[in-house]
Design a protein around this ligand. Structure first.
Ligand code: ASP
Ligand code: MG
Length: 425
């Protein structure tokens, strides 16, 4: 007998039919003799709809009230799923975050799980129940409902798996697992059997959207093995686990992110402390930036470039306007047409020349590099966004990642495909 925590995303629960299918899967797990917990997201796009509703009545809804509202999305799916299980003769108990004993910090809209009191869940499992837990939500010590930030149900699932000492945390979504690259852009992408926490974290930070970063961090910290797999088939997906248990590829995956813009401050006086001041001001505005490049100057001024999330530009612009005046820079420019492409692999640590090879491949394919940054197991470059596909495909081939088979998106509906295309470039 195993203890299994499963998590189902919004797409897996979008319609009554899909909910019935999830119920059948859970029941099959139980019939095989396992103890089963299911963490659920809100049905389909309902979190987005609730957010829109909030903004229709208040441009800036109070964070506490937003949590009260958003938490209802997951409560719809938990109770409906429990009902679908009951209809199949199973004993199922749904629980809100509070009922499941999930205690969080008090930061509304991005609370962190601080404690899990699992007695109630354990009791129901021992009594033969299938436990359904509303993801993404918890409760403060004062009794206020909180949410964990978008995509937070992954974190709920991993935290619960740690809290009840589950054997595995299965995260079901509309993709088959973790691929060497986004198969919609690189049709020869390969599904990985396993990937280390470290590599998964770098890939997630570099733009791979399959698993929420915080969930992976949690899994690493508590040694929870994640199995990322598809709701639409029974194929094994990808295991995310400790590196020591697997072979280390030089490059495991390639990710891209086109949600960031490149910002350049032109002709900043080249004085001691300017960078500290500029980035101090940006940090004070609580804006997270990435990749910083400063040019060497000959005439006493320098250009400073960095990347920032496109969504932060409205807040960043006034900060930069003030910085131009304060530091006597000439101007600032924003380039929204860039993309960041990253290669990630634990084997890089012991294999020199990987960055050089990446740059060579890009050069041979006419892709100009605007910025570069590295970590021990990642090399990232900023390029012209129009070259994203070329860069990803040629790097994928050059680092030996190509699969024999060509990916086909048969398991996605037309609507989902259109939505995904619209999101990508
Ligand atoms: N329903 C929430 C969201 O859409 C949480 C989740 O899906 O994980 O962000
Ligand atoms: Mg989700």
């Amino acid at each position: 007998m195993a203890r299994i925590v499963t998590k189902f995303g919004g797409t897996s629960l979008a319609t009554p039919q899909r909910i019935r299918e999830v119920a059948a899967r859970l029941l099959a797990y139980q019939n095989e003799g396992n103890q089963v917990v299911a963490v659920v997201s809100a049905m389909g796009k309902s979190t987005d709809e609730l957010l829109k509703l909030a903004h229709d009545v208040n441009e800036n809804p109070p964070a506490r009230e937003l949590d009260q509202l958003l938490a209802t999305g997951e409560q719809v799916s938990m109770s409906i799923l429990a009902m679908a299980l009951d209809a199949r003769g199973a004993h199922a108990v749904s629980m809100t975050g509070r009922q499941a004993g999930i205690v969080t910090t008090t930061v509304h809209n991005k609370a962190k799980i601080s404690e899990i009191n699992a007695e109630r869940i354990n009791k129901e499992l021992e009594a033969g129940g299938i436990v359904i837990v509303a993801g993404f939500q918890g409760v403060t010590r004062e009794g206020d409902i909180t949410t964990l930030g978008r995509g937070g149900s992954d974190t709920t699932a991993v935290a619960l798996a740690a809290g009840i000492d589950a054997d595995i945390c299965e995260i079901y979504s509309d993709v088959d697992g973790i691929y060497t690259a986004d198969p919609r852009v690189v049709p020869r992408a390969r599904k990985l059997d396993a990937i280390s926490y470290e590599e998964m974290l770098e890939l997630a930070a570099a733009g791979s959207g399959v698993l929420t970063m915080r969930a992976v961090e949690f899994a690493r910290n508590y040694g929870v093995v994640i199995h990322s797999r598809s709701t639409f088939n029974n194929k094994p997906g990808t295991l995310v686990k400790e590196a020591s248990e697997m072979e280390q590829a030089i490059v495991s995956g390639i990710a891209y992110d086109n949600s960031e813009a490149k910002v350049t401050l032109r002709d900043v006086p080249d004085d001691v402390g300017i960078a500290a001041e500029v980035f101090g001001t940006i940090a004070d505005a609580n804006i997270n930036i990435d990749m910083i490049v400063q040019n060497i100057s000959e005439n006493g001024t320098t250009d400073i470039s960095f990347t920032a999330p496109m969504g932060e530009l409205p807040r960043l612009q006034p900060v930069l306007e003030a910085a131009v005046v304060k530091f006597g820079a000439r101007k600032f420019v924003v380039d929204e047409s860039v993309a960041k492409v990253s290669i990630v692999g634990a084997g890089m640590k012991s294999n020199p020349g990987i960055a050089a090879k990446m740059f060579r491949v890009l050069a041979d394919n006419g892709v100009n590099i605007g910025m570069i940054s590295t970590s021990a197991i990642r090399v990232s470059v900023v390029i012209d966004g129009d070259k994203t596909e070329t860069a990803l495909q040629t790097l994928h081939t050059a680092f030996g990642l190509d699969s024999e088979e060509v990916f086909e998106e048969t398991q996605l509906s037309g609507e989902e495909l259109a939505a995904k295309k619209a999101k990508g470039r």
